[in-house]
Design a protein. Structure first.
Length: 118
């Protein structure tokens, strides 16, 4: 994936789009317009994923949701872009009985499903 405004190339753990995908070139292997991005946090990447990388991601106009999944426990943090496109709302849930509502794709994500074999 390429972030057009900053030129940074990243490799998110999960990317969702809706509608027509936009690519950086004819190879169609470098996405420009993600709707939802999820990263699985590790000790070596969590500071970057929460900080500098998220700063880059915020410049992507199509991005509506950015999620961070804990690697070792049922916990998801996510940021949802507000309609004015400037503010992001932070939410955190934990425990296998929790559910994340991803409005951008009209989906309820059950942590018990995500972490079933963790």
């Amino acid at each position: 994936m390429k972030i057009p405004d900053t030129g940074l190339f990243t490799y998110p753990d999960l990317v969702l789009t809706c509608g027509s995908e936009m690519f950086a070139d004819d190879k169609q292997d470098t996405l420009l317009n993600p709707l939802v991005i999820f990263e699985v946090l590790s000790d070596s990447t969590k500071a970057y994923d929460r900080g500098k990388k998220f700063e880059h991601y915020q410049s992507i106009g199509s991005l509506a949701t950015y999620g961070l999944l804990a690697q070792d426990a049922p916990k998801i943090e996510w940021y949802g872009r507000q309609e004015d496109c400037r503010a992001w709302i932070y939410t955190e849930v934990h425990g296998t009985d929790a559910v994340v509502e991803i409005e951008a794709i009209t989906c309820d994500l059950k942590l018990e499903d995500v972490y079933a074999k963790v």
